[in-house]
Design a protein around this ligand. Structure first.
Ligand code: ZN
Length: 136
């Protein structure tokens, strides 16, 4: 199985304030913005050369990002590893007893399929596995 780092997700309390730091103070470029209604989040992707930074703001109180920020405050939320075959990757992890949040791929940001691995199986890090959508 091959995986490459696609992006690092950062939970923020306010996208406006986060943009004031990442874009205005650091001088980075917002390359894409997106709202994932199913997850109750708004995301800004910040270009930093290779893998992007994904700034995540909750749009509803039920959002996982709202719960995260409420419990621990803003901060590093997840890393995303891109794989070629997400279903196969999940099977492989399941076979090894890895605890998954998503047993099957589901739609995520950037028209990709995603699934999360539980931090308890990933040494404290929330790992998102992602497969970019392929044209059929
Ligand atoms: Zn992400």
């Amino acid at each position: 199985m091959k995986a490459v780092l696609d992006h690092v997700g950062i939970a923020v309390a306010s996208l406006e304030e986060a943009v004031a730091f990442y874009r205005d103070a650091l001088g980075l470029e917002i390359e894409a913005t997106e709202e994932v209604a199913s997850q109750g989040v708004r995301a800004h992707f910040v270009g930093v050369g290779g893998p992007a930074l994904e700034l995540l703001e909750a749009t509803s109180d039920a959002s996982p990002i709202a719960r995260f920020v409420g419990r621990r405050g803003p901060g590093l939320h997840h890393i995303t590893l891109r794989v070629d075959d997400l279903a196969a990757a999940l099977e492989r992890l399941k076979a090894r007893g890895v605890r998954l949040i998503d047993e099957t791929p589901r739609p995520g940001a950037e028209n990709a399929l995603v699934a999360f691995v539980h931090p308890s199986s990933a040494h404290g890090v929330l790992v998102e596995l992602q497969q970019k959508e392929q044209d059929a």
